[in-house]
Design a protein around this ligand. Structure first.
Ligand code: E4P
Length: 218
């Protein structure tokens, strides 16, 4: 499974990249705003900076919500760097924009997906990735991970190549569950990725190994 980091924070991206396990980055307008990135050129420059840190795909989201606007913005974003994947919302014009950008060889990530029907439409339009939002479904007492499972099953039924990108991941168990289900990608906050490292028996075991070594060699 591919691990993406879900942030626009350059320090966090560098930290995840340094671990050697990072496969890409997802951003969204809220994450960019959180870093104080504003103004069209600054936003474009920031995407390029992210691409220069990581080796893999970097999702950059369009702001336009009309077909022509999404096409123009998508083409501008894709031209920035070969690693850019254009993130398009699951709305009617978004679907058409995914179809058009795909026909031009531009990779897309269909975002804000909350049910299996939307995921099938994104796949039929040719999206490279589909992003079902697990945490936001959990927040409203729906089973977000059940949706990942449903989409993985449906895509498998029809041999669909669109990659299932489990988004809105909130904690390490979400990552583990996404792996069990067979999601292609999980995009995670840095803390959730680092959480995978942790086990108290690892820490206790290491402490004992070092204490025993130091008894004779310390
Ligand atoms: C990723 O592509 C999404 O934008 C992101 O995972 C949303 O996460 P949130 O629900 O924690 O804002």
């Amino acid at each position: 499974m591919k691990f993406f980091i879900d942030t626009a924070n350059l320090d966090q991206i560098r930290e995840a990249q340094a671990l050697g396990i990072l496969d890409g980055v997802t951003t969204n307008p809220s994450l960019m705003a959180k870093e104080g990135i504003s103004g069209a050129q600054n936003i474009l420059d920031h995407y390029v900076r992210i691409c220069e840190i990581v080796d893999g795909d970097v999702s950059a989201e369009v702001i336009a919500t009309d077909y022509a606007g999404m096409i123009a913005e998508g083409e501008r974003l894709a031209a920035l760097h070969r690693q850019i994947v254009v993130k398009i919302p699951m709305i009617k014009d978004g679907l058409k924009a995914i179809k058009h950008l795909t026909s031009k060889g531009i990779r897309t990530n269909c975002t804000l997906v909350f049910n299996a029907g939307q995921a099938m439409l994104a796949a039929k339009a040719g999206a490279t990735y589909v992003s079902p939002f697990v945490g936001r479904l959990d927040d409203i007492s729906h089973d977000g991970m059940a949706l990942i499972s449903q989409i993985v099953q449906i895509y498998s039924n029809y041999g669909i190549g669109t990659q299932v990108l489990a988004a809105s991941i909130r904690h390490t168990m979400h990552i583990v569950q996404a792996m069990e289900i067979g999601a292609d990608v999980a995009t995670c906050p840095l803390d959730a990725i680092l959480g995978l490292l942790k086990h108290p028996l690892t820490d206790q075991g290491l402490e004992k190994f070092l204490a025993d070594y130091n008894k004779l060699n310390g």
